[in-house]
Write a protein that binds this ligand. Structure first.
Ligand code: SAM
Length: 190
């Protein structure tokens, strides 16, 4: 059982597009309460449950506290937009860089659609600039956004830095929400 229904979105995306597999190392941004990390721990075999395949790694980061989860490392009460967080993330990773960056981050919604949209786009853009330091070449980034007139800008930035960028609207995302995900694959690196 998952900590949050959001798990089903990641399961759905991953079943269709296979972004997680045993042995990969994952940074899960906006990880609280931890459902996506639960899915990631299973799919990358972070606990080494299956000895026949490689063992992966999961690091979750959130502004909020995240209860411990076997197989994951959590950095709680950390703002991904704070430059100090990058150092801490790097000190917690087993290797210099990760294979996959997941972001289900969402700012506290003000209810003003345009403002919320912009805040989330800015979070994603910030994360994209972090990828230079923490994402392996050919790596993957999956990020949530709320649709609005700056979505294209984020999409274009992703296209500059990844070979394959697509928009995903999981069934598990409520129909009435403007929430979608960009899946960017094959990071061009430096
Ligand atoms: N994927 C999670 C799960 O399955 O349990 C749910 C994530 S929830 C929709 C969004 C999270 O993003 C919130 O917990 C929020 O605290 C976090 N968040 C928002 N802005 C953030 C930031 N600047 N740095 C880190 N986390 C942030």
């Amino acid at each position: 059982n998952y900590r949050c229904r959001s798990a089903f979105k990641l399961l759905e995306i991953d079943d269709k597009l296979q972004i997680l597999r045993p042995g990969l190392s994952v940074l899960d941004c906006g990880a609280a309460p931890g459902a996506w990390s639960q899915v990631a721990v299973e799919r990358v075999n972070a606990l080494g449950t299956d000895p026949a395949v490689p063992t992966g790694f999961v690091l979750g980061v959130d502004l909020l506290r995240i209860s411990p989860l076997e197989g994951a490392v959590f950095l709680s009460e950390a703002d991904i937009a704070d430059p100090r967080t990058l150092r801490t993330i790097q000190s917690l990773l087993p290797a210099e860089k990760v294979d996959v960056i997941l972001s289900d981050m969402a700012p506290n919604a003000t209810g003003i659609k345009e403002l919320d949209h912009q805040k989330l786009i800015n979070l994603c853009l910030g994360l994209l600039s972090l990828s230079r330091s923490i994402l392996k070449p050919k790596g993957t980034m999956l990020c949530k956004f709320w649709d609005g007139h700056e979505s294209r800008l984020l999409q274009n930035r992703l296209k500059e830095q990844f070979q394959d960028v697509r928009t995903i609207k999981p069934q598990a995302s409520r129909k009435d929400s403007a929430e979608s995900y960009y899946l960017a694959r094959l990071y061009k690196g430096k």
